[in-house]
Design a protein around this ligand. Sequence first.
Ligand SMILES: *[C@@H]1O[C@H](CO)[C@@H](O)[C@H](O)[C@H]1NC(C)=O
Ligand SMILES: *[C@@H]1O[C@H](CO)[C@@H](O)[C@H](O)[C@H]1NC(C)=O
Ligand SMILES: *[C@@H]1O[C@H](CO)[C@@H](O)[C@H](O)[C@H]1NC(C)=O
Ligand SMILES: *[C@@H]1O[C@H](CO)[C@@H](O)[C@H](O)[C@H]1NC(C)=O
Ligand SMILES: *[C@@H]1O[C@H](CO)[C@@H](O)[C@H](O)[C@H]1NC(C)=O
Length: 263
Amino acid sequence: MPSFSEMSWSLAATSVFFVLMGVQPPVITSLKHKNMICDKLEECACGFPTGEGVNLTALASTTLILNDTESKVVFYFNPCTAAFGPCPNNSVICMVDDNSTKPLNLGSKGGSSFSSQGVFGPVFINYNEGDLATEIQLDCTEYAQNTTLVFNENYNRFEPSLEVKYHLLLQSPEACFKPVEGYYSSNVVREGISSGALFLIIMIVLWLAYILIGSVANHLISGATGWEMIPHYEFWRNLPTMLMDGVKFVANGCKPPPSYDQI
Ligand SMILES: *[C@@H]1O[C@H](CO)[C@@H](O)[C@H](O)[C@H]1NC(C)=O
Ligand SMILES: *[C@@H]1O[C@H](CO)[C@@H](O)[C@H](O)[C@H]1NC(C)=O
Ligand SMILES: *[C@@H]1O[C@H](CO)[C@@H](O)[C@H](O)[C@H]1NC(C)=O
Ligand SMILES: *[C@@H]1O[C@H](CO)[C@@H](O)[C@H](O)[C@H]1NC(C)=O
Ligand SMILES: *[C@@H]1O[C@H](CO)[C@@H](O)[C@H](O)[C@H]1NC(C)=O
């Protein structure tokens, strides 16, 4: 006959087993091996299922300028709202070159899309305007105070996107990952506790409360002592065996495992 403490340990061990098997590995593998998309939450903010993301809202009041004196082109860019300067109305990114009199709109407000190379990889903002595609890599410069827009010399040339014409790099402390509002996936919650684990913790606490209160009630009402105090003692006593049988059943490919009388 298993003692009460043996029972508790096997239940706790089963719970830990389920927390580890049921919750953590799928989260880690799905984040590592899927081609993640940073979900667009606002015009200049995106989030991952982890609750982390990029929020460039602090840059909304400035229009960034890339003035390349060599090729005589100037880019104007505001990731959050219409850019100041010569950009047409509603344009968040535009370009003026030496030969053109009219600024060329490269992206309109509302047209940003986000992509990412894995959950810890760099995030890109993409714009498509007509047949012109622009890709801006976000570079977290934690210790620099200023935000700058430069040409991206290091975009992935081995996986080139044929459509992308302009590769730019936004270097900013605002481009660093931080918690963002509004993204909670069904099975991942911030602080590393999954909702599945939280559920199990609540179940275990409720179970302990049930045993404790039930025991006190049994003792006071029917004068039970010792193991008799535990509510549904027979059920809890048999639970580890039932769980083991269940695990054996599944491990045996859902066929009844060879039983003792067959041996
Ligand atoms: C870009 O730089 C050139 C040379 O430094 C300067 O003459 C020009 O006014 C600048 N353009 C803008 C838009 O800042
Ligand atoms: C932009 O909007 C302003 C006022 O809202 C208007 O006066 C101007 O003509 C517009 N420019 C273009 C290029 O549509
Ligand atoms: C401007 O035009 C000249 C001559 O057509 C060309 O060589 C140059 O590359 C053009 N500049 C830009 C920025 O497109
Ligand atoms: C950052 O910008 C300020 C003013 O805009 C300037 O005085 C300062 O030199 C810049 N710092 C760096 C590291 O570029
Ligand atoms: C981005 O930051 C702004 C201001 O800091 C905040 O109001 C907004 O809710 C943030 N957006 C997200 C999606 O976290």
